[in-house]
Design a binder for this molecule. Structure first.
Ligand code: BES
Ligand code: ZN
Ligand code: ZN
Length: 501
């Protein structure tokens, strides 16, 4: 889809629809007022009789009947002026783009200047419009033809020509973030018979060649040599060969340091011998959402080119039961030498991350952020709206919370209490892979903390946020692509010297 910024007057634009904005409880202002005038006061009339309220997410369609070159004007409700922010803008744009697509409006025009208020800079506002619009229009149509046609293009109409370069920058960044998030959504939505560890590696190769990233794909032989007993243990039950994928972006040639992003890539989690109930087991095709986010974030970072080095690490495997599968009671040895007693083969994410995090530490990557659909317990604790966030470093977690907020991804910090470590103690090995009945997201995070040494680290448990059961704003039913935008914004912030690394 093409997104353009042009200088001009919105009332003269040739398109299928134009979108103007309205705050709740306010009269049409600025561009909305100009369009209202061209429509002989239709908007003010509809506002007066209560048909248009300007409520957040409301999309009111007015047919222009020849009064404007476009057939349709959509009045997008922005909600209350004082509550308005970038995340609201993303949601509004996602909603109106989808409404217009349903009406077969394939060329959409809108403006930025009438909502560029409250101190929000138009460059970031247009970025939010583009991001929200593209993500709201996202669809997964690899196996079924959908009944609607794609939107062909969005035009941002700006009357002040001097502002065009800044708006173009905003459009470009919005596109890059939306493309990255859509790639992660695609990977997660793919069925597990297609999205195997090998397919993840192939996609990583494509991203690497497009973005000139360094790539390594380690197979089970390499893992054996390196001593990745935990990842190999999980992979044993499956016929699909496991892959450890690393992607390297070098934006700061002068520095030896690199930050590390690690993503859980379980392409299907049946639970293994500790098998899951069959109800909803199919959702476990999305157990590689953390890995997908890391691949996609690296791709987006390569396009945005921040002055920083970033390495993405994705341990990818299936978790299946079979005659060769890992069994409860088995003991595995991770890359850092620690032995793990496997009490439950369904707690496999922490096993593969044990090796991936140890590998990241061994490579000297710092700080580290991992993303994983790790525990059902996190979903019980926080629901599906918040990503569980754990850290051993106050400064780093502050930055991650800040960047997630910019990206519109909701995080909630949970503690890592020393005294709960007791629960992970094993009678026969250094550690065991499950705690007791309570605080499961925390004991899982404490398990991971054993493999990061002293490296500043944030763990994001995205079990609840990686997919959505309903459509809303720029979120579509299915994969959300969570984490991509936070990781990218974090790389940009750290590149600007946002933290000692
Ligand atoms: N992939 C699951 C966690 C999960 C649950 C992700 C729901 C998305 C939605 C993970 O591997 C798992 O099975 N965890 C177990 C751990 C338990 C055995 C200690 C869980 O949460 O039940
Ligand atoms: Zn599991
Ligand atoms: Zn899992």
């Amino acid at each position: 889809m093409e997104i353009k910024v042009i200088a001009g007057d919105i009332t003269q634009i040739e398109a299928d629809a134009i979108v103007v904005n309205l705050f709740e409880g306010e009269q049409p202002g600025d561009v909305t007022a100009v369009v209202d005038k061209a429509l002989d006061g239709a908007i003010t009339h509809l506002v007066k009789n209560g048909c248009i309220k300007g409520k957040f997410g409301e999309v009111s369609i007015i047919h222009t009947l020849g009064k404007l070159p476009v057939g349709v004007v959509a009045v997008a409700g922005l909600g209350k002026d004082q509550d308005f922010d970038l995340e609201k803008m993303r949601g509004v744009a996602g909603g109106y783009c989808r409404s217009l697509r349903k009406l077969n409006c394939h060329r959409i025009a809108t403006v930025v200047h009438d909502v560029a208020i409250g101190g929000i800079n138009p460059e970031v506002l247009v970025e939010a419009i583009v991001e929200g619009g593209l993500l709201g229009l996202y669809k997964f149509a690899n196996y079924k033809k959908l009944e609607y046609e794609d939107v062909a293009g969005i035009v941002i109409v700006e009357r002040d020509g001097d502002r065009i370069p800044a708006l173009e920058r905003g459009v470009r960044k919005g596109e890059i973030l939306a493309e990255g998030t859509s790639l992660a959504r695609d990977m997660v939505n793919e069925p597990a018979n297609y999205m195997t560890p090998s397919r993840m590696a192939e996609i990583a190769r494509e991203i690497a060649s497009e973005g000139k990233l360094e790539i390594n794909i380690f197979d089970s032989g390499d893992m054996e040599i390196m001593g990745m007993g935990a990842l190999l243990g999980v992979a044993k039950g499956s016929k699909q060969p496991p892959k450890l994928i690393t992607l390297g972006y070098k934006g700061d040639e002068g520095s030896k340091n690199a930050i590390g992003f690690v993503g859980k890539g379980v392409t299907f989690d049946s639970g293994g011998i500790s098998i899951k109930p069959s109800k909803d087991m199919g959702e476990m095709k999305g157990d590689m959402a953390g890995g997908a986010a890391v691949v996609a974030a690296l791709g987006a970072i390569a396009k945005l080119k921040p002055k920083i080095n970033v390495v993405g690490i994705i341990p990818a495997t299936e978790n299946l039961p079979s005659g060769s599968a890992l069994k409860p009671g088995d003991v595995l040895k991770a890359l850092n030498g620690k032995t793990i007693e496997v009490m439950n083969t369904d707690a496999e994410g922490r096993l593969i991350l044990a090796d991936a995090l140890s590998y990241a530490v061994k490579q000297g990557l710092s700080p580290l952020v991992d993303l994983a659909t790790l525990t059902g317990a996190c979903v019980v604790a926080l629901g599906t709206g918040y990503t569980g966030t754990f850290s051993n470093d106050q400064e780093l977690v502050g930055k991650v919370l800040e960047t997630a907020d910019m990206a519109g991804e909701k995080l909630w910090r949970l503690p890592l209490p020393e005294e709960y470590k007791e629960q992970n103690k094993s009678e026969i090995a250094d550690i065991k892979n499950i705690g007791n009945r309570y605080g499961g997201a925390i004991t899982a995070a404490l398990f991971l903390s054993e493999f990061v040494d002293k490296t500043p680290w944030v763990h994001l448990d995205i079990a609840g946020t990686a997919s959505s059961s309903k459509e809303s704003g720029y979120v579509i039913k299915g994969a959300t692509g969570v984490g991509v935008r936070t990781l990218v914004e974090l790389a940009l912030l750290l590149a600007e010297g946002g933290m000692r690394i």
